[in-house]
Design a binder for this molecule. Sequence first.
Ligand code: ADP
Length: 527
Amino acid sequence: MVIGAAARVAITGCRKLVSSHSSLLVSSHCRHMSMDAGSVSEKLRNSGLLRTQGLIGGKWLDSYDKKTIKVYNPATGEIIADVACMGVRETNDAIASSYEAFTSWSRLTAGERSKVLRRWYDLLIAHKEELGQLITLEQGKPLKEAIGEVGYGASFIEYYAEEAKRVYGDIIPPNLSDRRLLVLKQPIGVVGAITPWNFPLAMITRKVGPALASGCTVVVKPSELTPLTALAAAELALQAGVPPGALNVVMGNAPEIGDALLTSPQVRKITFTGSTAVGKKLMAAAAPTVKKVSLELGGNAPSIVFNDADLDVAVKGTLAAKFRNSGQTCVCANRVLVQDGIYDKFAEAFSEAVQKLEVGDGFKEGSTQGPLINDAAVQKVESFVQDAVSKGAKIILGGKRHSLGMTFYEPTVIRDVSDNMIMSKEEIFGPVAPLIRFKTEEDAIRIANDTIAGLAAYIFTNSVQRSWRVFEALEYGLVGVNEGIISTEVAPFGGVKQSGLGREGSKYGMDEYLEIKYVCLGDMNRH
Ligand code: ADP
């Protein structure tokens, strides 16, 4: 990666509306301040939140062979920090400490665990700004969106602090009169959590929250591209009273760490968010020790705009669903299916809205589109666009790297996209919106379901009857009706087909960390 000069950015704070549609792209107050990435990391270093060692058994440790890896700011190419590059040995020690901690952590009352989680939530919120700055530094998303992620990420800790107290069992009417039948729900044990770079905090909290709440202990492996937010969150967990070993963080050699987690019989569950290819490997590798597996994999989300949609709502919803995090989320609209009768009007209004997006350094006031995570991501987007154009699609807006350089890419709208183009089959993971034309409701459902993925889908229509017909027919785990941002800690998030297994968030998310135990009490008629 290119090491560029520091991007000094003046932030002349104001109250500015980025999008009325999304809690993650919301208007907010910002202070008058001038920032550059260097001074932000200096300030964070002094705050004790910029950690570079792994966390094993409650201790901050270098890798045993002192190897490090560099963490870069994707907006400038500058090195932010050198962090410990860990592997098998460190991971095995982390697993051992989690295994030991499980006995005492799982025996606490739910109320005691709940208090610790609540304190962690309070600390995450108290450090919202610093955590947001860390996310922008290492991931690139605009600061307001990053601070939005901190609120969203922290909400899982708050929610599961509450939910910890509601893990109920059952009493079953017995099949024989001298028996009593009980069902207990108990924590599964040590959990390995492997997370990606696009939500450096939230993808961790929505795994660790329910895991700790239920009494499990965890070894987290954050993405090597964005470990700093994970380490800062872990520091706050320690301050909140999460005991040594209940939460470990190791990062470095991903396949080595993954292998150690997968082969250990002490690790009883793997929870993963990331690419479908890696998810399949992990699922196969979990087989020899028969681990429980939760997978949150890639999507190919359709955003379906019907003739009877409210144009304004469809434009705002699709814009939010497509361009959040510069298109780098697994629920981002990947294909915009637009019905014949509204196609041209929508293409025009949508392009106008996209044109207003501001590309820039995440620390620059007003930026709504940060850089892509690295050059490989830009090259992928470029190749998808080239493929579509070579097969007859037309670029309405954008279609190339942004003049800011680095990994900035112009927000792009492409029309006349068809199903033989790569971008209608695979996740773009960038700021490119392909418009696909359809004729009938049946066509829309067929095209939308014609994919191996099944995570999020969006539909825009003013007909209640149509919305029911369509959301019932869509083979997706999440459906937004006249709404482009639907993730929340109180609702279940997860995919069908090859988008994954299991759900995160909500009461359903707790079940992923619990085992059901049936107990039969016999000889109960004796006096
Ligand atoms: P993305 O395309 O989002 O980077 P990946 O699936 O490559 O998705 O990465 C998601 C997470 O999986 C990251 O933490 C990464 O380091 C980790 N990872 C990648 N390969 C492996 C592997 N072979 N074993 C375990 N973890 C892996």
